[in-house]
Write a new protein. Structure first.
Lengths: 136, 136, 136, 136, 136, 136
């Protein structure tokens, strides 16, 4: 069970309810997931986090599904059970198929492996890759 | 400096050269980056890793640029200097703009933050997200 | 279930019981938590770890509550379910309120986010921050 | 070198300069550190991150120094060179002594150790610690 | 529950069954564990991963038990519940005693602690340790 | 440069010198590496950490080389540059060959990969692996 009380809609202040309403409207669902109910322990934290997530995850130079898959990749690497499940669900809803999930995981697994090899052998960054190839 | 000798093309065995040749041909470049030169300490490790990277990173259900960006996301989360630089360079080469890189980082930063919040409050996975929304 | 047998007080050797007694006396509780019962698989490991925890967590230049909150911050970043729960409980017992927990999590979330951004963009340490501002 | 161009004050847009000015005014310094110059690659990312950092790090239920030390603890656990140096410098500026830094590190080291032990033995959370002792 | 359907032997394609058969034959068991059943969502991922695991874990310059214990050490550091349990079981089967497990965990705990201290104080690598003592 | 002053032998207190002497005698070397010089910022931290390292790394149910390789595996997974270099050097000194290092890295890379896959697909621990096969 969460280490803070989850604030349900019925017991929420008008300020918190307004955020809950925006979450549901933005996501086109009729319920609020536990993550936000926990953050409501401090309305300022809830407000700030929701505003940021809403803006960051909106389609821009990257589309919404790509962003969800990147979210899953990070969550897997951090072993965050809640986020793996919620963002895998989010990605599926945006069109991720089982085949796409398998390729996503293949890349996540492969990069975790080669990260270990590169760090493990303490390999120097090649001249051409310095600055992430910015001047290449 | 790397903890193993980096095997240069000139000193490589024919077996290793063949892999180097395939790396250069596949990537349409005329040089081999340090990562592979370090793995050549054990030709079987080099062969196996290159074969897997080649297959995993090829376009499939996900395109090659999306795969590179996922690679960057994982490498950032693991603080792998070599991989962040090499795969940022790889993604740029495949078309990633500064704007896309900024959005990628915004998502990576945001997911690292919410991973911490979800773990920190020990939030239970919502019924609807179980199994990554597989039955949703 | 734990990967080793948890040694209960009744079945413990006199050597282990003495440590259990010290744990309970130091913490002013009448029970021993699972962490120590697992470490008792090797009495030397139990002894060494308890001695170190006792000394490190005692008030010094930092007070005991601050130390507990730092413990929580690390445990969250490492996704350690046992430690998040036990040290959140420990911090509450030492006076941490829900508001303090929310601020702690806000800082932990924020630092995980900016860690990713700093690593992700491979930002150079400013001259003034070198050596952690030791000579500043 | 950073994977994006660091935006210097002289070349910044009025929008970015305004944020730089606020950073310097808030921190009572006459220069902007590299972290913000990198985020300026996308002004919205800079704005959002600075606003959040400013609010999260302001004294509240926790004082500013405690928050800086928590930031250091997370940055150490994530191996973020930039953040370890910048926030150790920040904490020193707010009054952290060498003795306090040593105790901070002792707690960070100890918690990384016991996190590994708790995860390694897969120890079950004690009844009394569930929900972080919320109902205790 | 897993985010993908676990493919049971009875419903598997001949291609997947052949891999399952090889897993059981190699490990001298009459059942297939969940890890492989999840990877079967994409037969190419299953094939590639099994081939690599089979080759990497076979005795060579390092014996099979040492390899299993290294696997456990990494899994603990990554907080991977599945892998900690499966590879602790694998190591026991290959002869790891409770005493060996306790020493393994003591080293894993100690190295997580000193990793934090070395990163936390940003300690420079000694001349003699550069390149992992390769030229020493 | 380190965030604390490195205490050289010549300027050390008799208490710290005694520990330095023990480190050199135990390791049969005539110099003290930077790690210990940084910990000397707080003699109690130096004493406690050295005592623990000395005892944990001594041969027991596991031999000294196996322990060094486990240390390297954890350090790689944590991206600790200092520890990767110092313990790779330590392992070489105890007899690790390039071939053994390559196999060590192959296992470390493989386990980081499969950790990601197991977490990523949220695979349930098989009945037979529960408790790390303790009752198996």
């Amino acid at each position: 069970m969460a280490t803070v009380h989850l604030v349900e809609y019925d017991e929420a202040t008008p300020e918190v309810r307004q955020i809950y309403d925006d979450i549901m409207a933005t996501r086109k669902v009729d319920w609020v997931n536990n993550f936000w109910k926990a953050l409501a322990v401090q309305p300022a934290l809830l407000q700030r986090t929701w505003d940021a997530v809403k803006r960051v995850m909106a389609p821009g130079a990257l589309d919404a599904l790509t962003k969800e898959m990147i979210y899953v990749a990070v969550s897997v690497t951090n072993a965050c059970q809640y986020c793996i499940n919620s963002h895998t669900a989010g990605a599926r809803k945006k069109g991720m198929t089982d085949e796409m999930l398998a390729e996503l995981m293949a890349v996540v697994g492969m990069s975790n492996q080669t990260n270990a090899l590169a760090n493990g052998f303490q390999i120097e960054v090649d001249e051409a890759f310095r600055s992430g190839g910015r001047d290449g």
